[in-house]
Design a protein around this ligand. Structure first.
Ligand SMILES: O=C(O)CCC(=O)C(=O)O
Length: 274
């Protein structure tokens, strides 16, 4: 399986604001990550976010990538090379944060239409083009279990105002309604091990999980080192990543998450990091 991004794939990312790369992680790697993701050590740090209908969706978020399998995944050569291809050489690639998204069967809630930069701008980052998210599917993600939806090409429209909707921040709805008339909606269905790269300004959302299957993923957000935020206290976002070989994820003995700097919900300012 060729895990490097071709010129055409990078061009597609810049045109559409996202790119799906199939099977960047093997079944064995995903089995290892998923088994750790479901351990108490991870789920006990999960924060609940209520959607408009009162349903809860959970996520566990940390900033500094450790030597555990999730840290090794987010620092892996294959991902960092892909990010260099997409983001170019204007700065070093830094890890802003990673989060394990836990959308439980029947109960897992929706995420409203938003741009990630709609949140991150509030932390004092100036350059949306220097920020990107990478979603790695830990389970199947389908329309039925609430896969991500993107509005193709909307990364080019700049930042839209965001307001609280339930406990989340949503993009100003009249702007979204208007953009829906002219931009194609794609349901990003993924298999375990597939990866979605998406621009910090692309509009995206997901439905509640009304199926009887969980929808779990890990999303790592990255930033280029020149994009120095003036309101963010966690400094991993401007520290160049210590890249590890792809083999590290399976060859490493650590079978649990590191005791990292997990985000706690009560911190108002850092809530903008989601
Ligand atoms: O995982 C999802 O369904 C939504 C995630 C998301 O919107 C985000 O991380 O910005």
């Amino acid at each position: 399986m060729d895990r490097t991004l071709s010129k055409a794939e990078i061009e597609n990312y810049h045109n559409d604001g996202y790119l799906i790369k199939k099977q960047m992680f093997s079944k064995e790697e995903i089995d290892r990550l998923y088994s750790i993701a479901t351990q108490d050590a991870v789920t006990s740090h999960a924060m609940d976010f209520m959607d408009q209908t009162g349903k809860m969706t959970k996520l566990t978020l940390w900033f500094t990538p450790g030597d555990d399998p999730f840290g090794l995944m987010s620092r892996s050569e294959r991902l960092i090379n892909a990010l260099r291809g997409i983001l170019g050489e204007k700065g070093d690639i830094c890890h802003f944060h990673s989060k394990i998204m836990q959308k439980e069967p029947k109960t897992g809630g929706a995420w409203e239409w938003h741009q990630d930069y709609g949140y991150w701008y509030k932390n004092g980052f100036f350059y949306a083009d220097a920020m990107i998210s990478v979603m790695v599917a830990l389970t199947e993600a389908t329309k039925e279990n609430g896969c991500l939806q993107v509005l193709k090409g909307t990364h080019k429209v700049q930042r839209i105002e965001h307001h609280f909707v339930g406990e989340q921040q949503g993009a100003d709805q009249p702007f979204v309604d208007e953009l829906m008339k002219t931009h194609e909606l794609e349901f990003v269905e993924l298999e375990p091990g597939d990866v979605l790269f998406f621009h910090s300004n692309i509009l995206h959302r997901s439905d509640a999980n009304n199926s009887d299957k969980p929808r779990w993923s890990v999303i790592s957000a990255y930033n280029l080192s020149y994009n120095i935020p003036f309101r963010e206290k966690h400094m991993s976002c401007i520290e160049p990543i210590n890249v590890v070989p792809d083999t590290a994820l399976l060859s490493n003995e650590i079978a649990k998450i590191s005791d990292a700097d997990f985000l706690k919900k009560e911190n108002e300012i850092t809530l903008n990091v989601k």
